[in-house]
Every structure is written in C-alpha cells, then in structure tokens.
Write a protein that binds this ligand. Structure first.
Ligand SMILES: Cc1cc2nc3c(=O)[nH]c(=O)nc-3n(C[C@H](O)[C@H](O)[C@H](O)COP(=O)(O)O)c2cc1C
Length: 353
C-alpha cells in the first residue's frame, strides 16, 4: 500500500514513522540518521544541552543525513522556582540520598545554583540553524516562537496527553500533534493538569484527539510493530511515534545493560514514578525507585531530583548495576524483537512496502 497524507507531506518523509526523541543523553545521531535515511523522521532529544551544543549538534546531524529530522525541547524545563535553593537546603536534600550514593560508591554532588538551560536560548539556537522540524513537550511554545518557526519554514510538533492539550496546541498554531497514551516510555508530558490526572491510554486518546483536530495527529505509546501502526491509523492517526522499540536497538544512545533489560522478563513490569527526575515517567521497577518512593521528603522537584540522581544513574550504568540505573521503558517492551534500527523500522512499515 502506497501512503500519502498531510503528515508525510508536511514532514517531507516517505513513511509515517517518527523515531521518538530521547532526552537526557539517550538520543544519538546514528539512530536519528538511520531512521531519516530510511524515509522516517529521526529525532534527537536536546533539552539537556546548552544552546551552543544544539547549534553544533544540528551541524553534526547535517553531516550525517540530508533528510528531514527533528530536534526536541522541553517548554517547561524547571518546576516552580527551584533556582533559589540555598546551600543549606541543598545539604539537607543531599543527606536524603546518602544510602543511594553509598550503594553505588560515589560522592555526593557539589552545590550549584543552575540546574537547567534557558529554553528561549535553546529554541533560538535551533531556529537560527534552521532545523527542519522542532518538536516540543511539557507545554506550548510562545506565539513569538511559533511565528519565528513559520517564518523560517520550520515544522512544529506539539505533544498532548489530553484532548484539551491537543486543542490548545492546534489553536496556538502548532503544525502536528503527537497524542501520547500512558503506555509510553519516558515522561508523562502533561502541562494543563498534573500528569497523574492525565493517564488515558493510546487506544482511547488517539480517536478523541483525531476527532477534535484538523491538523495531523501522530499516535505514541505502546506501538512496537506493524499491527500497532495499523491500529493507530485505523483510530484516526496519520502516523506513529515510536520510542521504546528504537531505544532497544544497538543504534540508540542507551547502555548495553539497559538494552538487555528491555529484552528480558523484567520489562514485563513497568511503573510510573517520579523517582528519578521529579516528574512522572515510566520505568522498569528497581531498587533505586523503591528506595526513593519510600524515603520521606523524596522525590524533589524537577530538575533538582535529576541533579541528585544523575551521578547514581551514571555509576550504576558504568558498573552494569541495573538495581540503581534508570531503566526507562514503555509497556510495549515485551513485544520487542529487533536489535537493529533498520530491521525495527522495516517491521513498522511492513504494510507500506
Ligand atoms: C528514555 C526515553 C526518553 C524520552 N525522552 C523524551 C523527550 O525528551 N522528549 C519527548 O518528546 N519524548 C521523549 N520520550 C518519548 C518518546 O519520544 C516516545 O514518544 C514514546 O517513547 C512513545 O511510546 P513508546 O515508548 O511506547 O514507543 C522518551 C522516551 C523514552 C523511552
């Protein structure tokens, strides 16, 4: 079946498959360029990078593929006003993590006053570099940003966990909406209500969003093979965004240990937790999550919690210790079969070739 729809035309791609972005260092150019070169849309999660690194990243990506690709940023990258945390607060917080630091054999982190990069400057770097596609989570970018993207011919993608969020994204001029169900790996990227109140599954969310919008809708969450793509399209989506299944491939930026766990029986049980970052995300359960969930005063808000868990995750990953690493995974992980991104991609588009 040859497919042509508004999504494919807007993005300038051949197949309606977006490789979901991974924030925090798990994206990489190899996976992005593999998917873009095969006719999908490769993405790179860049919320953790300073603006100069984003400019360089886009130049590096252009050195690897001539096809369209997306850079992903977080509109809200800081909960409340956490930059005012004093040294005294910081020391008190750090004591709550001591058993975890002892478990993986690292020192408590140094005091800092800066925990995240300036979102507007990150966007400016991406727009100046004329990135083909900018995708956003955790909010709606300002009218100024949306206009600047339109002026430069940059396609914008917003992400919704509810119909209300999807409508707001369309009303503000976003080009494409990803409707993400609670099966998905990674964060629950809600922005109008607390994520715990936005737990609709993909099967219920996608048709409601498709019925409410006139712009293309992309389904995300729980899709890992051609059956999922078929179901998403039957529900009114024009394409899919797939995360966990690409994260598990050898081309992604995650560790071999994380990949092994994704293919193991442990992946049959995932939990939604704020333990690693302070924001709700889906993981394979482990000792770190259980410790943080049971410790009074934890988790802290985002990204303070990430600042404290960062060294724990890094040390655990380095020593192949899956008890204390962050094992992001969506509910579709037990469906995974493919270790190579090209095979994974081809299995998704099987109906279109
Ligand atoms: C480790 C991990 C990190 C993620 N980080 C981001 C991110 O920074 N920005 C974003 O838009 N989506 C992010 N996602 C969501 C994916 O891009 C995708 O929408 C989601 O994984 C789809 O659901 P699935 O995992 O069931 O395929 C992340 C997902 C995972 C598994």
């Amino acid at each position: 079946m040859v497919l042509s729809n508004d999504l494919i035309k807007k993005l300038g791609i051949c197949y309606p498959v977006i490789q979901g972005p991974f924030g925090g260092g798990l994206s990489n150019i190899e996976l992005l360029s593999t998917v873009s070169d095969l006719g999908g849309l490769g993405s790179y999660g860049a919320h953790h990078l300073p603006p100069t690194a984003i400019s360089q990243l886009i130049a590096d990506i252009r050195g690897r593929t001539t096809k369209p690709f997306a850079i992903n940023l977080w509109v809200s990258n800081r909960d409340h006003f956490i930059d005012g945390v004093s040294r005294r607060d910081f020391d008190a917080y750090s004591r709550r993590f001591e058993p975890l630091y002892a478990a993986v054999g690292v020192d408590l982190p140094e005091f800092t006053e800066t925990y995240s990069h300036d979102f507007d400057q990150q966007v400016e770097a991406a727009i100046d570099a004329q990135v083909p596609v900018l995708s956003f989570v955790f909010g709606v970018p300002s009218p100024h940003i949306i206009r600047a993207c339109q002026d430069k011919g940059i396609i914008t993608i917003g992400t919704a966990t509810t119909v209300e969020e999807a409508i707001l994204l369309q009303t503000r001029g976003i080009d494409i909406v990803v409707a993400t169900g609670f099966e998905a790996g990674g964060h629950r990227v809600s922005f109008l209500k607390e994520p715990e109140d936005c737990l609709t599954g993909t099967f219920a969310l996608v048709p409601q969003v498709a019925d409410s919008l006139t712009i293309p809708v992309v389904a995300a969450g729980g899709i890992a093979d051609a059956r999922g793509v078929r179901a998403a399209m039957a529900l009114g989506a024009q394409g899919v965004q797939v995360g966990t299944a690409f994260l598990a491939t050898n081309q992604s930026g995650t560790s071999a240990m994380h990949r092994d766990v994704l293919f193991s029986d442990r992946a049959k049980h995932t939990v939604l937790s704020r333990a690693f970052t302070g924001r709700l995300a889906r993981f394979i359960e482990n000792k770190a999550i259980n410790f943080i969930e049971q410790t009074e005063g934890l988790p802290l808000r985002f990204p303070l919690q990430s600042y404290f868990t960062g060294p724990i995750k890094a040390a655990a990953t380095k020593h192949n210790n899956s008890d204390f690493a962050s094992l992001y995974a969506g509910q579709a992980a037990p469906l995974l079969k493919h270790h190579e991104a090209e095979e994974m991609f081809n299995s998704l588009i099987a109906d279109f070739i």
